[in-house]
Design a protein around this ligand. Sequence first.
Ligand SMILES: CC(=O)SCCNC(=O)CCNC(=O)[C@H](O)C(C)(C)COP(=O)(O)OP(=O)(O)OC[C@H]1O[C@@H](n2cnc3c(N)ncnc32)[C@H](O)[C@@H]1OP(=O)(O)O
Length: 383
Amino acid sequence: MMGNRCAVIGVGQTHYTTKRMDVSIAGLVREAALRALEDAGLTFKDIDAVVIGKAPDLFEGVMMPESYLADALGAAGKPMMRVHTAGSVGGSTALVGASLIQAGVHERVLVVAFEKQSESNATWALSTHLPFNASLVVGAGGYFAPHIREYMRRTGAPDHIGTLVAVKDRQNALKNPYAHLRIPGISREMVESTPMLWEPIRYLETCPSSDGACAVVLSSEQAVTGRPAWVHGTAMRSEPIFRAGRDTVNPQGGKDCAADVYRQAGIADPRRDLDVAEIYVPFSWYEPMWLENLGFAAEGEGWKLTESGATALDGDIPWNASGGVLSSNPIGASGLIRFAEAALQVRGMAGEHQVDGARRALGHAYGGGAQFFAMWIVGTDKP
Ligand SMILES: CC(=O)SCCNC(=O)CCNC(=O)[C@H](O)C(C)(C)COP(=O)(O)OP(=O)(O)OC[C@H]1O[C@@H](n2cnc3c(N)ncnc32)[C@H](O)[C@@H]1OP(=O)(O)O
């Protein structure tokens, strides 16, 4: 059930970087919001409600930051709410915003997501064993590395696949002025010569820790301004982190979420029917893993698609033309960046990393222990 039509009419991003020392959290989110409003040709006065997302408060050490960000986002006297679904939060924040339009509650909603990791230490925030929370070992890399090793064992994927993804995404990042890691001359040799952090994840096969914010303006059909990206389908799924029989390598929640969003958008074969995809890949091996989880390749075959070059910018189904999470990871914002980049592609506004003729795009986010999923499909044409 899609409800009323909804469109993305504005996108704003900050530059992603290790430390944004020149702005507070309020300044950071405002920068993205103002750029999104400018893109839509609007001001804060035209916005009915604000939805904000970020990952755990421990990432900055500021409890409930949304309560003091209302002023910076022009939300005083308006509805404002926070969404939190771990790393997938940027995606689910967009979907909550979209649902307010689809339900006919509001005409225009500002969606903002951010992380300012330089304010604290995300690795240790993800390593602390809080009461009633799962232990994530040492950081996200420590948690996900065994899942990657299991993927390699199941499929027999050769060691260099992760390297290929790292090179591809970093090459794409060189075409994206907002990307955090821009590494001229990036090559397989360069990636392979970097230290092993969490076997089999090397330094250049992992995302950085970034500061940054992203914002989008969502609109009802009658309130559209400028060049819209139409929402063709939205879906979220979650599953408990611990459940007997849960497949953490190829989670059922991701498969179900993809099937739901494809059904809404009329996608029978995602590789054929989509033109571009922005997928949450924080460690390079997650590209072949998600290729299978999202149905772009049969089980055991994802790494072959990566190896064939199909997911490169000039391949038949480019993944992460923006450089992806591997190149910029302000965690709470990263899902929204995927969704926003998908919208930019179908609006023909992705600049140097534009995929020629892109008309339908998938935005994807995952989080927690690969247990929260959020996806949307956006298109140039009205659904
Ligand atoms: C759902 C999810 O999102 S799961 C993923 C969650 N996020 C993570 O797990 C983050 C993983 N990354 C990290 O932990 C860290 O970036 C590490 C361990 C790779 C590097 O740690 P540090 O060296 O302490 O990085 P720090 O943030 O201080 O940056 C130092 C420099 O290295 C660069 N850098 C950081 N990570 C990387 C990387 N993976 N590759 C290349 N350069 C990097 C930074 O840009 C910075 O350069 P600058 O000073 O020119 O800006």
